[in-house]
Structure formats: structure tokens, C-alpha cells
Design a protein around this ligand. Structure first.
Ligand code: GLC
Length: 559
């Protein structure tokens, strides 16, 4: 097979400083008018990404899927979902992205398959005790007639983490573990077939020129052998958890061996192939354990994403993140949003002192009043902060347009299994997944061709004013702020990988220097703050007068 010709610069360390743009393919751009985004849509919009100046794209799962969890229920890891296009489209996208200097990272889902994967169908057909069932986690139920789930584990999407099957003879049968939707059975990583399947899948895509993988639920693959009850143990485990206390299905120590073996596969390739783990574990040292030199290259920094817009917790999060990453020699990543969490504009729009710790999807924010203009102002400052910090950064599609969460979506339009799984008690994640606006007019604001099917999630009227074409060329727009920041970042020797030195500018100001000659100041207080004399402003998130930083504003300085 001939590899795509690539003009991606040969930088063996690219992942240490990359700005990666997350594409949620259902909602990026729809080329054929079926209301769902597709690969040709991404190809058509590569000029937007090149002009933005990102180093790589990460594409959420594009494999064949019944779409019970928007593609995270994969029925074939080595093909393309027809809604998104064909393998030829995928190969063309990889080549065209490389030709404009953009690397391509896919999303691999190793914790669970779809219930329509051939293996799960085989397991159901083969019956209890069969080798086919051993690829998943089937158990007898507890209680009279096995009518109760095998243990007390709960699904992330609501209710018990177990589903009971009906056996071939029509009787109620075994239960299978599924930490997410019922259509997402967890696989058994103690089974050699699972290792082989995923190793072959990594090679399949690496051979097609793919530059890396984001690893879904990377901390979930290994389950405690005895399937012990959780018995109220919280997760993430608190900071003072004694050594040796482990959660039975998150962050089990055995998971590290899997990633050591994956690293050897990635390292077989010329031109670095890299991993980024989706790892929700709370404690920094448990996160960076995945980033030891023979494991994953990077992981999402969710502690930064979850930090409120308050100087003290943000400063502490940044410091502890950097200390933990330096200890293993890995670069940090700076993440403000993704397809699972409430958009940063809408998170920062809330009174930050009132936020409670917890998973930051929309539901907990709904109870708090929102000032979206304030949220957008803070998100602009947060963008400059995150792009100035040492390491790599992620931009979730639409952040560069300043999109807010769509909070008032009609119930009938909601698609996220969290909404149904919790009986509507949690509205779920649809509000951050709404198709992007590219133009101020048109049936779908340029997401798809006019006259096509309705977008798979409805777009709000306020998207018109935020469309990419409206912001293009407007120096006050969020889009031009991102473009300017990425341009400076790409050319500035102090930015990207490295370290920082904090500057004391008062409790409410995050100020740090990066050598040579760069400083970032962010004002999180309510008072105006004088910038240091002699510093030149390279870029600021709001217009500045008198060398003074207003509240909720960030500035990049030459010092
Ligand atoms: C990850 C994905 C999320 C998905 C879940 C189950 O958290 O980011 O979208 O629902 O895994 O695959």
C-alpha cells in the first residue's frame, strides 16, 4: 500500500507542544445534506483549520456504529461508518490534512464494543460458559433466580452497570457488564483476543498514515478480578486515599501493562505515532502514572477543565499539573472543553464561587444564573491562558467561534443516552454537540447545503451571529483572537513545551513568565490591574487602554 505523501514537518517531538483541534464529525460540516456531518465536509473545511493554525485534528469515532452513543458504540474498528463516508474518503482526508501540515489523530474505543459487534453477537449465540462469552464480562445474577445484577456497579449513563440477556431457549439468562449504555458491552481485557484485536487496529490505521489515537475511557479497561462491590467508595478517590486502596473498575493498576504494549506498537513506526488518554482520575500522580516514558505520550488535563474561573484554584491546578508532569518527563495538556462537557462560555457564565465539584456536563450548571457575555469574555481570556501554558493544547470545535452551550434544546430533540438513561434527570451532552454555524444565513447556517435534511440536533438562532464567515476578518471576533494567538504561539520560542515562572501580581492575577521574553497576565479579580512597565502587549483578549488589564482579561506580553 502506498502511504499518503506528507508535507507534515518531521518533528519527532510534535506532540509535546501541539495544538490539537477536536472534530466531532457528526457536527462539523455536512457535505451531502443528510443533516449529519461527514468526512467530505471535513475535507471541504480544511482551509478553516489551516487558517486557524492548528497542528493536528482529533476526530471522534468514525467507525461503523449503530450510534447508540454517537459512535462510541463501535461495531467494526477497521472501517468507516457509511453516514460519514468511505475508506477512500478517510484516506483522502489524511493525505490532504498532511499536505497542509495538519496531523490526524483518531479515537479508539477499547473499553467496550457495540452490541452489534460480531463478537458480541457470537457471545450471545454461543451461550453461558463459552469461549465467545469470555471476550466480554458475563456473570450469573445474584438473588432468587439470578434476578439481581451480579454486583453494585453503576452505569455512567444511569442505573445498574449490568444488562440481563435472554438465552437461546427463551429463559432469563446471564448478565453482562456495560459501564455505559446497554448497547456498549465492556470487553474482557484478560482475554488474548482483545489484545490482538486492538493491536491490529492500531497497526491498521497507523499503516494508513494516522498520527495517533485519543484513547476512550483509558482508565477503565481493567476490572478487579473478583468484581468486588464498590460499597460506596467514591471516584475519583480522595487525595488522602491510602496506598493500596483501589476502585474496582476505574484506574486499576493492571491497565498500565496494556498501554506499555501499545507504546511498543506506536514506537515501531517512523515518524512518531502518539497517544492521548481520556483519563478521569482526579489525583495528579494517578494521571501522570499513565505518562511514564514507556506508556502514553499525553493525557487530557481534566483538572484544568474543571477548575473554576477563580485565581487560587486555577493557579494551584496549573502548579500541581506541571509538577506532576515534570516528574515523569511528559508534557501537560490544557483543555477547556470537549464533546462531553458544558461549553466553557456557559460554565464561566455562572457564579464561580457556587460551583460544586463534579462532572461538568450541563446539568449542574442549569440551576445557576448565566451571564453569557461574561462567560464569553472569560472564555477569551481562558483561551490565551491555555495557549500560553507549557505543553500542548486542545480546542474543541466551536470554541474558536465562542459558541455557548445550547441549554434549551427541546426534550424531543435530545439524543444523548444520558438523557434517556437517567429518565430525563440529567439533560446530557447534546448542548455542546450542536452542528457548527459556518454562514449567517441558510437552512443550517452553512453546516450543510440548503434544501437538505434538518440538522441532527437543532441549531439556535443565535448561531447566525457567531458563524465563521461573520467572524472572519473582524479583529474583535473570537475567531481572529484564536488565529492571532496560534500565529504568535507557532513563532515564539518561549511558547509550547517548557516551564514557567510565576510572577507575584496579587492574589487575583495569574501572571507568569516564560523564557525567552514572554509573559502572560490574566486578571480574575474585579479591579483593574496595571501591566508591568516596559512590557509590550503582543495580544490581549479585550482591547486595553493605558497599559491596564481590566477584569476577566488576559494579555500576552513581550518582556
Ligand atoms: C468517553 C467519551 C464519551 C462516551 C464514553 C463512552 O467518555 O468521550 O462521549 O460516551 O466514553 O464511550
Amino acid at each position: 500500500m502506498s502511504l499518503p505523501t506528507s508535507t507534515v514537518k518531521t518533528d519527532p517531538q510534535w506532540w509535546r507542544h501541539a495544538v490539537v483541534y477536536q472534530i466531532y464529525p457528526r457536527s462539523f460540516a455536512d457535505s451531502n445534506g443528510d443533516g449529519v456531518g461527514d468526512i467530505t465536509g471535513i475535507r471541504n473545511r480544511l482551509p478553516h483549520l489551516a487558517a486557524l493554525g492548528v497542528d493536528a485534528i482529533w476526530i471522534n469515532p468514525w467507525y461503523p456504529s449503530p450510534m447508540k452513543d454517537a459512535g462510541y458504540d463501535v461495531s467494526d474498528y477497521r472501517d468507516i461508518e457509511p453516514v460519514f463516508g468511505t475508506m477512500a474518503d478517510a484516506e483522502a482526508l489524511i493525505a490532504e490534512a498532511h499536505a497542509v501540515g495538519i496531523r490526524v489523530v483518531l479515537d479508539i474505543v477499547p473499553n467496550h464494543t457495540s452490541d452489534q459487534h460480531r463478537w458480541f453477537k457470537d457471545a450471545l449465540a454461543a451461550g453461558p460458559g463459552s469461549p465467545e462469552r469470555d471476550r466480554f464480562i458475563f456473570r450469573e445474577g445474584r438473588g432468587a433466580d439470578g434476578a439481581e445484577p451480579p454486583n453494585d456497579w453503576l452505569s455512567e449513563f444511569g442505573g445498574p452497570a449490568w444488562t440481563r440477556v435472554t438465552e437461546a431457549d427463551g429463559t432469563p439468562g446471564q448478565w453482562y457488564l456495560r459501564l455505559f449504555a446497554p448497547e456498549q458491552p465492556d470487553v474482557n481485557w484478560n482475554h488474548p483476543d482483545i489484545h490482538d484485536e486492538f493491536t491490529q487496529t492500531l497497526r491498521f490505521w497507523f499503516d494508513r498514515g494516522v498520527d495517533g489515537f485519543r484513547i476512550d475511557v483509558a482508565h477503565g479497561l481493567v476490572k478487579d478480578g473478583g468484581l468486588a462491590d464498590i460499597d460506596g467508595l467514591p471516584f475519583p478517590l480522595p487525595d488522602d486515599t491510602p496506598d493500596g486502596v483501589e476502585h474496582p473498575h476505574w484506574d486499576q493498576p493492571g491497565v498500565h501493562d496494556i498501554f506499555r504494549s501499545w507504546r511498543t506498537v506506536a514506537d515501531e513506526y517512523d515518524g512518531p505515532r502518539v497517544f492521548c488518554g481520556e483519563i478521569w482520575v482526579g489525583r495528579d500522580h494517578r494521571l501522570t502514572a499513565y505518562l511514564r516514558p514507556d506508556e502514553l505520550h499525553t493525557a487530557f488535563n481534566f483538572n484544568f477543565l474543571m477548575a473554576p474561573w477563580l485565581a487560587t484554584p486555577l493557579r494551584e491546578t496549573i502548579s500541581s499539573t506541571l509538577a506532576a508532569h515534570v516528574a515523569v518527563g511528559a508534557p501537560a495538556t490544557w483543555v477547556l472543553g470537549n464533546h462531553d462537557v458544558c461549553r466553557p462560555v456557559s460554565r464561566y457564565a455562572r457564579p464561580q464561587e457556587l460551583l460544586k465539584p463534579g462532572f461538568p456536563n450541563l446539568q449542574p450548571y442549569l440551576a445557576l444564573p448565566a451571564d453569557i457575555l461574561l462567560g464569553r469574555r472569560r472564555a477569551r481570556a481562558a483561551a490565551l491562558l491555555s495557549l500560553a501554558l507549557p505543553g500542548g493544547a486542545y480546542i474543541y470545535q466551536g470554541e474558536e467561534l465562542g459558541l455557548a452551550e445550547v441549554e434549551d434544546m427541546p426534550e424531543a430533540a435530545r439524543q444523548d443516552p444520558i438523557f434517556a438513561g437517567t429518565g430525563g434527570a440529567n439533560v446530557g451532552r447534546d448542548g455542546c454537540r450542536v452542528p457548527l454555524p459556518w454562514t449567517p444565513t441558510g437552512d443550517s447556517y452553512g453546516f450543510g447545503p440548503d434544501g437538505g435534511a434538518a440538522t441532527w440536533l437543532p441549531q439556535p438562532a443565535e448561531f447566525a451571529a457567531l458563524a465563521a464567515s461573520v467572524q472572519d476578518g473582524d479583529p474583535a471576533s473570537v475567531l481572529e483572537l484564536y488565529r492571532a494567538a496560534l500565529k504568535i504561539r507557532a513563532g515564539h520560542p518561549a511558547l509550547g513545551d517548557g516551564g514557567l515562572q510565576w510572577v507575584d501580581a496579587g492574589d487575583d492575577v495569574l501572571a507568569f513568565r516564560r523564557d525567552p521574553g514572554f509573559a502572560c497576565w490574566v486578571n480574575l479579580g474585579s479591579q483593574r490591574v496595571a501591566l508591568p512597565e516596559g512590557a509590550t502587549v503582543l495580544l490581549s483578549s479585550q482591547d486595553l487602554t493605558d497599559h491596564v488589564l481590566p477584569p476577566d482579561t488576559a494579555a500576552w506580553l513581550a518582556v
